[in-house]
Design a protein around this ligand. Structure first.
Ligand code: NAD
Ligand code: TYD
Length: 339
């Protein structure tokens, strides 16, 4: 099997490539990545010499480049992780989100139609469902919850999902979609909550909690997400959406306090800053469908996963120091300087 993985130099895509090369050593994995600020080739260093792995620097919006790659490689499956993925950046500059997340998806699917494919899998997010109220803990997102987005990021992901379903209905493209909750683990880009707090705490810098910090996210260890996508590729039903999440709801403030405790840092570093515009209150996935149909269950408990993640950041300082010492500094200043 030949699998094209887009966005494989980012957080989840790279973890997925590691998973696939290990779980299916007979498969060939081709990674397409534009290497935006969020893509990092050093993340893939451990697999670069694997004869079953091939990296191509490519923008998924580059129709000619994508078609040429399909012409040469004829992948059997495409797994699309490539995206602009950060809500805060989408609030600052929505257009690039529409370009990559929607137009890029359509370019990939047109290539799949032209050259033929066994499966196109779209990696989506629970954020397409909008948010849930804090005072109704029995409400969860199911696959039939209406799309109701809040940010330019989630709107662009929802737009892509609708297009993927339309390509299935109109052209019979064999698609599947997964909508996962917040991931955490190794190679998570430092602009996101968990790595940002770990890195700031290590530097004894303020820990910027948006608003009251009571917003709830449903956290899943990245390897569990990768296993879920692998299962959907093997056994998932074409045309279907699968929610992926492990019933692990946590308030932001509690996560930040836990990170302080694990690192032996004082909670007085926590600083409440101006809230994110349109900030979603609570995300919570109902994973019944993927459990019943594919027998997927998360394997990593949050208490273990967060320890593993912190340990990874302590042992891989070079990886994130290269990032935080680069253009990230300007981003951090812009985003947090006057907050
Ligand atoms: P990320 O920002 O860490 O990585 C995105 C990758 O895509 C980077 O390597 C980047 O270089 C690449 N990329 C961006 N634009 C591209 C383009 N035009 N062409 C080719 N490559 C391009 O993101 P992530 O957190 O790994 O998320 C991966 C996917 O999973 C995204 O589609 C995201 O919406 C989805 N998702 C993420 C989470 C989460 O918690 N991080 C949860 C659910 C779903
Ligand atoms: P984030 O990691 O950006 O993921 P998402 O917005 O896609 O859920 O943020 C997770 C939560 O943490 C979200 O409620 C916003 C909050 N947050 C902070 O409080 N401070 C920060 O500096 C960041 C980056 C996020």
């Amino acid at each position: 099997m030949k699998i094209a993985v887009t966005g494989g130099a980012g957080f989840i895509g790279s973890n997925f490539i590691f998973h696939m090369l290990k779980a299916h050593p007979e498969d060939r994995v081709i990674c397409l990545d534009k290497l935006t600020y969020a893509g990092n080739l050093s993340t893939l260093a451990s697999v670069m010499d694997n004869p079953n792995f091939h990296f191509v620097k490519l923008d998924i919006c580059d129709r000619e480049g994508v078609y040429k790659l399909f012409e040469e490689e004829h992948p059997d499956m495409v797994v699309n992780f490539a995206a602009e993925s950060h809500v805060d950046r989408s609030i600052e500059n929505p257009e690039i989100f529409l370009q990559t997340n929607i137009i890029g998806t359509s370019v990939l699917m047109n290539a799949c139609r032209k050259y033929g494919i066994q499966r196109y899998h779209q990696v989506s997010t629970d954020e397409v469902y909008g948010d849930l109220p804090l005072d109704r803990p029995n409400l969860f997102f199911t696959e039939t919850t209406p799309i109701h987005t809040s940010s330019p990021y989630s709107s662009s992901k929802a737009g892509a999902d609708l297009l993927v379903l339309a390509y299935h209905r109109t052209y019979g493209l064999p698609v599947t979609i997964s909508r996962c909750s917040n991931n955490y683990g190794p190679y998570h880009f430092p602009e996101k909550l968990i790595p940002l707090m770990i890195i700031n705490a290590l530097h004894d810098k303020p820990l910027p909690v948006y608003g009251d910090g009571l917003n709830v996210r449903d956290w899943l260890y990245v390897e569990d997400h990768c296993r879920a996508i692998d299962l959907i590729l093997q056994k998932g039903k074409v045309g279907e959406i699968y929610n992926v999440g492990g019933h692990n709801e946590m308030r932001n403030i509690d996560i930040v306090k836990l990170i302080c405790k694990e690192l032996g840092k004082p909670e007085r570093l926590i600083t409440h800053v101006t809230d994110r515009k349109g900030h979603d209150r609570r995300y919570a996935i109902d994973p019944t469908k993927i459990y019943n149909e594919l027998e997927w269950l998360p394997e990593t408990k949050f208490a273990d996963g967060i320890k593993k993640t912190i340990k990874w950041y302590l042992e891989n300082q070079e990886w994130w120091e290269n990032i935080v010492n680069g253009e990230y500094q300007g981003y951090y200043e812009r985003m947090y300087g006057r907050r």
